[in-house]
Design a protein around this ligand. Sequence first.
Ligand code: GLA
Length: 408
Amino acid sequence: MYKLVLLSGFLYQLPKDFSYIARETSNLKNTIMKKYPFIQNSHLRFISYSLLVAVLLIFSGCEKATAGNNEPGTEINPDSIKGLKDYYKDFFPVGVAVSPTSLTGSQSALILKHFGSLTAENVMKIAPIHPEENRYYWDNADIIVNYAKANGMMMRGHTLCWHQQTPAWMFKDAEGNPVTKEVLLARLKDHITQVVTRYKGKVYAWDVVNEAVDDDNLKFLRETEWYKICGEEYIAKAFQWAHEADPDAKLFYNDYNTEFAGKRDKVYRLLKQLLDNGVPVHGIGLQGHWNIVNPTEKDLRDAIEKFSSLGLKVQITELDVSVYSSNETDPADNVFTVEREQKQIEKYKMVFRVFRKYKNVITGVTFWNVSDKSSWLDNFPVKGRKNYPLLFDQNLQPKKAYWEVVKF
Ligand code: GLA
């Protein structure tokens, strides 16, 4: 390598200031020409050109190899510098749910490489962002929104009205009694107007109402505080106020288990009712908290077709694929076996194949958490049972499932 550098120096006829290298170069040249008298200046010049080109090629090859992650078992993979979002650039934006702390260090590098859209995992929910009636707390949400803006990423807002992570003050008066419908609707209007206005032009889509439909097949709407105090009117009003605050924002109804016929049909009924009444709903968010068994391909396709037949766009808003099925709750099952891994790979392959097929109606796919290092599924439905539901492992490296998802 030392000699290569000297020969390259000869080629460039380094200025006198680099007299040491120049002297060594010249000594080397003289030694070679003395030992091999048939070698002339022009030969050496040719050799040094070739060596310089070779060195440059070797270095650029090394850089490519280390710039990205190589598919296991392959030589340098020229595609490895691409991120997930790049493979899907002709299909839909690929996003991820984050906390402010995930936007630093190696997680940040992974996020920037693979994702083009962000969702706040928690900090835009009512409790964190509006902890008291007359106090909003913007700092954490601002961190995420500013990061998205600074890095040219899309930003989804999550969520304006939900029955969980909503502070108790919302539903109570100063004496601790339930507020009237008028008071609660006025509070909801203030909340939505303040939050949507603050992020107008920065958040392109909002999950306006989350999980308003009941899981029980015999019931339609979930009997939350919102419902008990306001009746179903709060849903339409929430969309209307969000639209008034930012007429350009895309407004979503967001829910889980939307691929099971019973829940799917109730969500469809709600959305149809809203649209028939002229309520500004633009899309349905299928949360996508799936597992190695569900959904089946048919269920997923049927759901996408049914919702999009209403003229709505579809987004997968909270994607993860648990390595346990929903009826496995025994903590003794907490081993990530090869069989479970294979089933997860197959499920990821299938769902992304379906997403690609419906790219005309799917306008976004967002993962719920960055990597297997930490997921809400580590504590749900079984507390402390480690799960591995994402495409990146605990060391932030792409898993086998990742390589299957980008292979098409
Ligand atoms: C629901 C909510 C999300 C999140 C997950 C669990 O799906 O919409 O915001 O809380 O539950 O992490």
